[in-house]
Design a protein around this ligand. Structure first.
Ligand code: P1T
Length: 390
């Protein structure tokens, strides 16, 4: 087979780690549903001793993931948050971490509750490079943690510029790339040290697995995280790794389809009389549109918008959609809709939420790959239902 680094990502998702089984020719990889491996003599084995440490199905997935971000190493865990937990354990006690202010609510909760007595966090608007420079001088962080686009406000940080600052000051940089997937954004190529994903979302793409991963070119950081994963034990099950290997094969066409639908819906919402404003990186009105165009290969499938009115109107809208399912999560083939203030970002304190713009009339869409007319009709029916009840 051709060297994977020369392949297009649409080929890698199918073939890297997806090679036919050497023993039987099975075109689909076996699920090594085993906890342990037989040794021929104590300590003599084929590299697999116990599934908490290694599993051949997981290895295939890790090979695939590393190739997608053009990374040397990848490691998979049972959820996005468990990967972040391992990473937080990798830092010395008291590490200063500069973090984007609009991260996923669960990330915020993990950092500000579980790790608040271990590390020191400062949350700032990383979309403002001057703010980052100022915070680096004053706070002197050892780690910068970015999420871009952010969840749920879809704020765009210039990864290259922030990573340049990080390099100059010997700060380790991390990017949560969940919203773009490696298909639309590859932070390591823009200077980041480590990329993190919730595989639960676009990477798996079918809302049937929870998983997390990280990719890096640093052997020493990979070794650190591997040791932590082996010591703490949040490994993904062989079956779940197999499901992700199956889901990831269509990443390229799914991402294109998500983006096509999202772009059309975003433009349609922007001109809708029941909508106050729309946030989508692909719209010229988005403040980060230029940076998005520079560092992303597409704009993704996530949209947030403010419906005209308040909590009453947004609740009514969310109750009336039929095709869009009212549920947390994102990135599956089916369209989802949710209310960040009550659902995904409830663990962010109200005053901070409001400062960020996560208001009661904010609605988040994970646009699926269904027929565009059906999706628009569903939203239009829900808008009409708000009007009727007035
Ligand atoms: O759910 P889990 O696999 O543990 O991943 C957490 C996570 C990490 N990073 C980002 C950007 C995320 O959006 C998430 C999970 N987000 C949701 C469940 C949600 O509905 O936003």
């Amino acid at each position: 087979m051709a060297k994977s680094k020369n392949m297009h990502i649409a080929t890698k998702v199918i073939h890297v780690g997806g090679e036919p089984d050497k023993e039987t020719g099975s075109i689909m990889p076996p699920i090594f549903q085993t906890s342990t491996y037989v040794q021929s003599s104590p300590g003599k084995h084929s590299g697999y001793e116990y599934t908490r440490s290694h599993n051949p199905t997981r290895t295939r997935l890790e090979d695939n993931l590393a190739s997608l971000e053009n990374a040397k190493h990848a490691l998979v865990t049972a959820s996005g948050l468990s990967m972040m937990t391992l990473i937080m354990h990798a830092f010395a006690k008291g590490t200063k971490i500069l973090c984007g202010d609009d991260v996923y609510g669960g990330t915020y909760r993990l950092f500000t509750t579980v790790f608040k007595d271990f590390h020191e966090f400062k949350f700032i608007d990383t979309t403002d490079v001057k703010e980052v420079e100022k915070a680096v001088k004053e706070f002197k962080p050892k780690v910068i943690w970015l999420e871009t686009p952010t969840n749920p406000m879809l704020k765009i940080t210039d990864i290259f510029k922030v990573c340049q600052i990080a390099k100059k000051h010997k700060i380790q940089s991390f990017v949560d790339n969940t919203f773009m997937s490696p298909y639309f954004q590859r932070p390591l190529e823009l200077g980041a040290d480590v990329v993190v994903h919730s595989m639960t979302k676009y990477i798996n793409g079918h809302s049937d697995v929870v998983g997390g991963c990280m990719m890096t070119n640093s052997k020493s950081f990979y070794n650190k995280i591997f040791t932590l994963q082996n010591s703490i034990g949040p490994q993904q099950s062989p079956f779940d790794s197999w499901l992700v290997l199956r889901g990831i094969k269509t990443l390229a066409i799914r991402m294109e389809a998500h983006q096509k639908n999202a772009m059309e819906i975003a433009k349609w919402l922007e001109s809708h009389k029941m909508v106050e404003s729309v946030i989508y990186p692909g719209l010229k009105s988005h403040p980060g549109h230029k940076i998005a165009k520079k560092q992303m290969l597409g704009f993704g499938g996530m949209i947030t918008f403010f419906v005209k009115g308040g909590l009453k109107e947004s609740k009514r809208f969310l109750e009336k959609v039929k095709l869009f399912a009212l549920a947390e999560s994102l990135g599956g083939v089916e369209s989802l809709i949710e209310h960040p203030a009550i659902m995904t970002h409830a663990s962010v304190p109200k005053n901070i939420r409001e400062d960020l713009g996560i208001k009661d009339n904010l609605i988040r869409l994970s646009v699926g790959i269904e027929n565009i007319h059906d999706l628009k009709e569903d939203l239009e029916n829900a808008f009409n239902a708000i009007k009727k009840k007035k």
